[in-house]
Design a protein around this ligand. Structure first.
Ligand SMILES: N[C@@H](CCC(=O)N[C@@H](CSC=O)C(=O)NCC(=O)O)C(=O)O
Length: 281
């Protein structure tokens, strides 16, 4: 692991690293914010999964999360959104597939299989690296959140790993990739045409299939002026599935807000306090 950037921030440190990833078969980049409390001993972590077109840097530079994380004593861990540099055919042809669009799945289809394994990267490899390299500053306790494609990733990873995360939240998530164009393209490309295989990466289908969120009801914020709301995000599909399953999901419909980091920054404090309560009591 190599540190490639570091800035003191709200009494803590915003750092950036590269490392060799086995599961993605390439060099990966991620960011870590360590609050001042980490100097006294390990603090819990909140993982943030970004959306289409992002790197680890969008969240770090635009979400405004560090001030509250420093107040609460939470580490923030932001991975990249896909493997990089494989030069696979079609990898850089569109914003919603390939580079910066890993969709937090383990690909089974050539040429993506064996490389586009962002699910295993986020759930297994990155936490193992954090455990080995940050043992003095970051504890095993973790929560997860994300935006759009990353909101989908956070909901799916939380539902499939309820024992590993204390809480889940999302900003404008793709709640049912099996039912929207972004998801059809990504899940079809990475997993193939058998839609049964898509259900493992679809929060709405996972709830229908009996999976349950860890901790408190997941907090979801959705801007009502979001240009992707009706075609790609469709939060009502998860709300309906949760209602049918008899589980609580806290979806807040925010008038006037769009899909941007201005929206995310507005409600970031609420999300960090949601996770802080679950992680710190
Ligand atoms: N075609 C658009 C879409 C890009 C976009 O809106 N990306 C969002 C995430 S969308 C779902 O995953 C984003 O977070 N962008 C980065 C940012 O800093 O705002 C385009 O290419 O503009």
């Amino acid at each position: 692991m190599e540190q490639i950037d570091a800035h003191k921030c709200f009494g803590g440190w915003q750092r950036r690293y590269t490392h060799e990833s086995k599961v993605c078969d390439c060099t990966m980049t991620f960011a870590v914010f360590l609050p001042p409390q980490a100097e006294q001993g390990p603090v819990p972590a909140v993982y943030y999964l970004s959306g289409l077109t992002c790197t680890d840097e969008n969240f770090v530079n635009k979400a405004g999360a560090q001030r509250v994380a420093a107040e609460l004593g939470l580490a923030l861990i932001a991975p990249d959104t896909s493997p990089r540099g494989h030069n696979l055919p079609g990898e850089d042809d569109s914003y919603d597939f390939g580079s910066a669009a890993g969709f937090y799945v383990n690909a089974t289809q050539p040429p993506w299989a064996g490389k586009y394994n962002m699910y295993d990267y986020v759930v297994e490899e990155l936490p193992a690296l954090i455990k080995s390299e940050f043992a003095a500053t970051v504890s095993d306790k973790a929560s997860i959140m994300g935006h759009s494609m990353g909101g989908h990733g956070a909901l799916v990873i939380g539902l499939r790993n309820a024992d590993r995360y204390a809480s889940v939240s999302a900003f404008s998530p793709i709640v049912a990739p099996g039912q929207v164009p972004w998801g059809h393209k990504a899940l079809g490309g990475y997993l193939g045409d058998d839609r049964a295989a898509w259900r493992d990466y679809d929060a709405t289908a996972l709830v229908e299939d009996g999976k349950r969120f860890p901790g408190p009801a997941p907090l979801i914020d959705q801007g009502l002026d979001d240009g992707f709301l009706e075609e790609q995000l469709r939060p009502e599909l998860l709300e309906d599935a949760a209602k049918a399953a008899g589980i609580e999901v806290s979806v807040r419909h925010q008038p006037g807000y769009d899909h941007s980091y201005f929206f995310i920054a507005t409600f970031m404090e609420d999300h960090l306090r949601h996770h802080g309560k679950a992680l710190l009591g």
